[in-house]
Write a protein that binds this ligand. Structure first.
Ligand code: HEM
Length: 452
């Protein structure tokens, strides 16, 4: 494994000659189209497809890559029925040093076995327990926001989802511990967006690596106690695996999985809820619909079955994720020669697929730029026109393990938020989105909550 000049890990790639048959542009592999992509991934994909079609070569993230811009290609890569692609080799150069051996960075039998071990922690009974733990914290946050006047929503919801994750995933109760873990965590996540990845003091990346080491120590020191306890948090559940005769997880596996899940869980859900709040501010008619559903439940601490009834909230979430999927690009690397849309993809080629693009393609979506949650209603079901046109949670073996948790958390926040408050945006407000690496508003999304 080698490192690029700015510290990126390099795996074996492909020569320029071996991709010559694929249409595309010849950018130098160092920065390539990274800046165009980061500036506006939606426009980048649109222009690339218009110019070169659904398969094109380009270069970003310090490598020659192939961009795949169709729903069929999403399916080819994500369902991966012929085992052509490695998720580990796709993600490792970008996040492998900060999130080593996380579930998404594993392949084949090893991935399947580890995923199976983690699955019970994401089933209905576990989710219902997480919800009961989350409700009081959510209610307190919503109460506090209501008394605030105008405030920036994004940092608040980010703070809340991190605190909820520290509770339901790590079982932390002492505020000082929650604060320390959250600080370390923010440093690790910020390091994933660092352009310079050299372990040099003063750079975000080095700070992230140090925070990761601290967090590893912190978790490792608590494993023995969690093994003996009766905690319902994810950490405790993972520590107790094997006590009933099944396979246990090793200490280092527990630590790696937890740190990865914390990362996978909070920025994505924060992004989704923020997009929803903005959309609801712009579309008061949808706010009224969701508020009616929230009132039909009638309590501020709904249980799992209550939340199942919030059907329109799910449509709004799906529409928010369609227009602004938190993860705009999903990375893989071919492990053998394969072919898509008539183009040969040589082994070792890094490939990108873009939910953000297929989720706005006119061939699958009616008036695709319009916010129209009804498209997910059973009567219209536009997401069923192609099983992989809508893929904000990915698909196939690596399909998001936390998608039901995400949906639950979104509903658990939106229900009390809308029950008694109206979301108001400034007149003529236009959200300055940053779309990569994770979708978020550059201005923190100023809003006001007035009584409903
Ligand atoms: C709206 C919120 C979320 C979105 C949009 C999202 C998106 C995704 C996507 C696209 C993938 C697949 C990446 C790939 O195939 O390479 C993924 C994987 C994963 N997500 Fe999520 N996620 C969300 C919330 C969560 C939450 C709340 C958790 C944990 C509680 C979570 C845990 C995971 C895990 C563990 C994986 C790896 C699965 C595997 O490799 O088998 N995610 N997520």
């Amino acid at each position: 494994m080698a490192a690029s000049p700015l510290g990126y890990v390099r795996l074996r790639g492909v020569s320029a000659a071996s991709l010559k048959h694929i249409p595309g542009s010849d950018f130098p592999p160092l920065i390539g189209q990274s800046l165009q992509f980061l500036a506006d991934p939606i426009e980048y994909c649109r222009r690339t497809e218009a110019r070169f079609g659904p398969v094109s070569r380009g270069s970003f993230l310090f490598e020659r890559r192939v961009n795949l811009l169709s729903a069929d290609a999403n399916e080819f890569v994500l369902a991966d029925r012929a085992h052509n692609f490695s998720a580990y080799r796709g993600w490792h150069p970008v996040i492998g040093q900060l999130f080593p051996r996380g579930l998404m960075l594993r392949d084949g039998d090893d991935h399947r076995d580890q995923r199976r071990l983690m699955q019970p922690a994401f089933r209905k009974e576990a989710l219902a327990q997480y919800l009961a733990r989350m409700n009081p914290r959510i209610a307190a946050a919503v109460r506090e926001w209501r008394g605030r006047g105008r405030f920036r929503f994004y940092p608040e919801i980010k703070h809340l989802t991190l605190a909820l994750a520290a509770d339901v995933f790590l079982g932390l109760e002492l505020q000082a511990e929650v604060d320390q873990v959250n600080r370390d965590f923010v440093d690790i996540v910020e390091a994933t967006a660092a352009i310079v990845r050299l372990p040099v003091l003063g750079f975000n990346y080095a700070r992230g690596i140090r925070a990761r080491r601290r967090l590893e120590r912190f978790l490792r020191e608590r494993i023995a106690l969690r093994r003996k306890g009766q905690g319902t948090d994810l950490f405790s559940q993972m520590c107790r695996l094997g006590t009933d005769g099944g396979d246990p997880l090793r200490d280092d596996e527990i630590v790696d999985h937890l740190i990865f899940v914390m990362m996978a869980a909070h920025d994505t859900t924060t992004s989704a809820i923020t997009t929803m709040v903005h959309a609801l501010g712009k579309h008061p008619e949808w706010q009224d619909r969701l508020r009616q559903d929230a009132r039909a439940i009638g309590k501020t601490a709904p249980d799992f079955d209550d939340l199942e009834r919030l059907e329109s909230t799910v449509w709004v979430l799906r529409e928010a994720l369609r227009l602004y999927p938190p993860l705009t690009v999903i990375l893989r690397r071919a492990v053998k020669d394969c072919e898509i849309h008539g183009f040969h993809i040589p082994a070792h080629t890094p490939v990108n697929i873009f939910p953000v693009h297929t989720q706005r393609q006119a061939q699958w979506w009616t008036d695709p730029e319009r916010f129209d949650p009804d498209r997910f209603s059973p009567a219209r079901a536009e997401h069923k026109r192609h099983p992989f046109a809508w893929a904000p949670f990915g698909g196939g073996a690596h399909m998001c393990l936390g998608l039901h948790f995400a949906e639950l958390q979104v509903k658990a926040v939106m229900q009390p938020l809308l029950l008694a408050s109206r979301i108001k945006l400034d007149d003529d407000y236009r959200i300055p989105y940053q779309l990569a690496p994770i979708v978020k508003p550059r201005d923190g999304l100023p809003i006001q909550l007035s009584p409903a």
